[in-house]
Design a protein around this ligand. Sequence first.
Ligand SMILES: C[S@@+](CC[C@H](N)C(=O)[O-])C[C@H]1O[C@@H](n2cnc3c(N)ncnc32)[C@H](O)[C@@H]1O
Length: 199
Amino acid sequence: MVKNPLIRKFDRQARSYDRRRDGDSTRKYRQRIFSGAEGRVLEVAVGAGANFPFYDADIELTGIDFSPEMLKAARTAARDYAFDATFIEGDVERAVFEENSFDTIVSSLSFCAYQDPEKVLEQFQKWCRPEGRILMMEHGLSTNGMVAKIQQISDRLSLKLVGCHQDRHITEIVQQSDLELVEEERHLMGCLYLLWAKP
Ligand SMILES: C[S@@+](CC[C@H](N)C(=O)[O-])C[C@H]1O[C@@H](n2cnc3c(N)ncnc32)[C@H](O)[C@@H]1O
């Protein structure tokens, strides 16, 4: 599938994601999970860099995203932080990295957007060192029945408008992969998933 329309959707959202570094409803959850990133860190779908405030100064960040506007904001934002950062414009679903090349893989609010999320997890399994960690903060299907119903009904519209699914059960997707799920937390009516996993 040609992804240009999807990329343009995210390009248009870059400004609003850029503002998130100053804090939004996810700030405390980002801090809780992503302050655990260590060593060589791959952040997939890095967006405008909303997780940068929570990284230690001594990490080496590789950020990949297919939206040029998001990356532009991320590159500018990274100048305010002490860690080394390299950015790649590319599709996470087609990316090629050497096996075992990262100590930590970070993903936030990106599994709503992939066409084949299972395949991306297979890649995490390869890219992450066996003793490494995979840290995910994702949104998906709520634990609240009424909210879940609304998410299922609005899924197609959301995909069309902002390029993201509302009704994915992220924990189940991780459990069905080869990754080992270490810990799960659910917040914000169960819509926000914090997942600690390892290869
Ligand atoms: C909802 S935003 C989240 C951005 C950031 N991770 C955050 O937490 O603020 C989704 C991001 O995923 C990127 N994205 C979605 N699908 C992608 C893909 N297949 N390859 C690369 N980037 C992708 C979009 O360009 C966008 O920056």
